[in-house]
Structures are given as structure tokens and as C-alpha cells.
Design a protein around this ligand. Structure first.
Ligand SMILES: Nc1nc2c(c(=O)[nH]1)N[C@H]1C(S)=C(S)[C@@H](COP(=O)(O)O)O[C@H]1N2
Ligand SMILES: [Mo]
Length: 328
């Protein structure tokens, strides 16, 4: 008998009983067989890893000048980047398990190449494109962004990617296009967590078209100068730095322009707790915890959470006249 799925997205102040029920679920459902062995092997691999990661470098292809742009201003920050180790071993990617360490242990089953991305819906030029071709259309930019999870922890991550706006302009949205819908791969063989009804699979997310066209909105293919690790959403993931981390959908296979607001996974799972907009807002508490402060991974003291995660100057205008409490 399959047990009831656990509560969605626990906070860091998840109650002990909830924590235990989650463990129980994982054990009873044999969520991942052979996990213990995999943990041992994974740790050994990690300890042999040079600092800065083990992925192929995107920055230094021999014989080729790196085509990486590093824009400044809001696309950069003086804040210290989270360590590569933390950013790649403390993850949310429920397709590979519910605990923070599980994606790093389990995501080796994901095959990020070959990979096809479909771009369709309200566009003049629908595409079905190979990932390498898609990536070749744009110069890579390095952008150092804060990332604030709805669970009240945060990181600073140097991403490599290109603005979503460039991709959207290339496919020419029609006048009917008002939203952009994103879909993660659905393949329980590659993503074993999809064998369990923890969430409605595949994971889906969405943005209003003006949010998607905002210059801060990034399609990431790498981080820390390297190819994106599987657990961070290889080969293509969304990064929207002024919104809670769950908007940053991983391992994308489809981007559809739509007339109507598309469903989003966490909103579907618990509409009282997770809205469509999910803009970082210290004044609007999650029903189970405050959003006024956060724990920066790698730091001891909590720090205050900033409106729009510190990007208010760039994005507040998108929401002029909107009630940000109702539209949380
Ligand atoms: N497909 C998919 N995308 C996802 C998630 C997920 O479970 N599945 N988790 C989200 C959440 S809650 C967060 S905080 C970020 C975490 O990204 P990171 O692991 O690279 O830090 O990914 C987001 N994207
Ligand atoms: Mo999150």
C-alpha cells in the first residue's frame, strides 16, 4: 500500500513530527532502493572533487576564446557566492527525493544530452530544437544572483545563461500571448521520484509575459563556470531572482506561450500556501512561517529578507497598482 504523500515544501522550522513522517514515507515507499550504498559512493566522489566542481568548463574551451559576457549592476552582486559544495549538495528537486541531500545522490540517472526543447503555443515560429543548437544561438552571460527559497533559506549563485527575452523574441510571440508556461521532463526512469505521487508530475511553472521578458529573467545552462549539475536542473533551468526559488523550474523540455494563466505545481498542490506570483515579500508571511528573515547558507546569523529579494528597483514597476497580499 502506498502511503499518503508528505506535506509539501517544509520550512526549515518543519515540525519534528512532520520530519519523521517524511522519513517514514521514504522508508515505507522504498523511495530509492539502494540509497545507502549510493550515499557512500557519492561521498567518496565528492571528497575527490577539486573545489569549483567536476563538470566540464563552459568558460575555457581549448582553442576558443570564451564568449562570456559579465554584465554589472543588478546582474552582479558584491555579496559572497555560496560555496559550490553547498549549492550542489543542498537542493530542492523532488523528482530525486524530498531531502536536501537526495538530488545530489540520485540525479545521476538524468541524461541531459541529447535533449530536445519544444517551444510552442502562441508564437509565429514554433520550434523543436536540440539543446546544443538552442544554446549556440546566444552568447553566455555570467550573472551572480541571490536565490531565496520560500522555505526561508538563501544562496548567492553565479549562473551562466542567456536572457529568456532573447529566446522569446526569436520565436515571435503572437498578440494573444500573455503568459509563458514551462514544463520539466516527465520520465520516471530518469527521475525516479516521479514514481510517487508527491506532486502532480511533470513539474510545471509559469510567468506573465512581461515577467518573462524582463532582462533579469535568465535561462541557465551552467553555474560556477561549469555545465549545470544534474541536481541543479541540467541542461536548462529558469532563474527569476526576485521570486521564490520554486519558480525556477529545472530540466525544462517545453516552453509554451499561452493566452491564459497556466497552472503551476506548488499552487496546484497547496493554493493557500503558494501563489502564482511568488514574489519575495518579507511582509507577507507564509501561513506556517514568517518570511521577514532568511538563513543564508554558509552564514550563522539570519539576515532580513528584502522586498523582491533586493531587486525592487528593477521589477517593482511590473506590479504597480496590484495588491501584493492577495496576489502572493
Ligand atoms: N522540476 C523541479 N524544479 C524545481 C524544484 C523541483 O522540485 N522540481 N524545486 C524548486 C525549488 S523549491 C527551489 S528552492 C529551487 C532549488 O534550486 P537549487 O537546488 O538549484 O538550489 O529549484 C526549484 N525548481
Ligand atoms: Mo524552494
Amino acid at each position: 500500500m502506498r502511503q499518503k504523500p508528505p506535506e509539501p515544501l517544509g520550512s526549515e522550522i518543519t515540525s519534528e513530527s512532520l520530519y519523521l513522517r517524511r522519513r517514514e514515507f521514504i522508508k515505507s515507499a522504498a523511495f530509492f532502493t539502494g540509497t545507502a550504498a549510493a550515499v557512500g559512493a557519492g561521498l567518496q566522489l565528492l571528497s575527490n572533487r577539486p573545489t569549483g566542481g567536476d563538470g566540464p568548463s563552459l568558460l575555457a574551451t581549448p582553442g576558443e576564446a570564451p564568449k562570456v559576457v559579465r554584465p554589472r549592476g543588478p546582474y552582479d552582486t558584491d555579496e559572497r557566492a555560496t560555496s559550490y559544495e553547498d549549492a550542489t549538495t543542498y537542493n530542492n528537486f523532488y523528482e530525486f527525493g524530498l531531502d536536501k541531500g537526495e538530488p545530489a545522490e540520485n540525479a545521476h540517472t538524468l541524461k541531459p544530452r541529447p535533449w530536445t526543447v519544444v517551444i510552442d503555443g502562441e508564437v509565429n515560429k514554433p520550434q523543436r530544437v536540440d539543446m546544443d543548437t538552442l544554446q549556440s544561438w546566444f552568447p553566455l552571460e555570467e550573472r551572480v544572483y541571490r536565490m531565496r527559497c520560500v522555505e526561508a533559506w538563501s544562496m548567492v549563485i553565479p549562473w551562466l545563461g542567456f536572457p529568456l527575452a532573447g529566446l522569446l523574441r526569436r520565436v515571435e510571440p503572437t498578440s494573444k500571448a500573455k503568459y509563458v508556461a514551462f514544463t520539466t521532463l516527465k520520465d520516471p526512469e530518469q527521475m525516479p521520484g516521479q514514481k510517487y505521487p508527491v506532486l502532480d508530475w511533470p513539474y510545471v511553472e509559469g510567468l506573465r509575459l512581461d515577467e518573462a521578458l524582463h532582462p533579469l529573467t535568465l535561462m541557465a545552462v551552467g553555474m560556477y563556470g561549469r555545465v549545470l549539475p544534474n541536481q541543479n536542473g541540467a541542461p536548462l533551468r529558469l532563474v527569476v531572482p526576485w521570486k521564490y526559488g520554486f519558480k525556477g523550474i529545472k530540466s525544462i523540455v517545453r516552453i509554451s506561450l499561452t493566452e491564459k494563466q497556466p497552472p503551476t505545481t506548488w499552487n496546484r498542490s497547496n493554493p493557500r500556501e503558494y501563489g502564482f506570483f511568488a514574489n519575495v515579500n518579507p511582509e507577507v508571511a507564509h501561513p506556517r512561517w514568517s518570511q521577514a528573515s532568511e538563513r543564508r547558507i554558509g552564514e550563522l546569523r539570519r539576515r532580513p529578507t528584502l522586498p523582491f529579494n533586493g531587486y525592487a528597483e528593477q521589477v517593482a514597476d511590473l506590479y504597480k497598482g496590484m495588491d501584493l497580499r492577495g496576489n502572493f
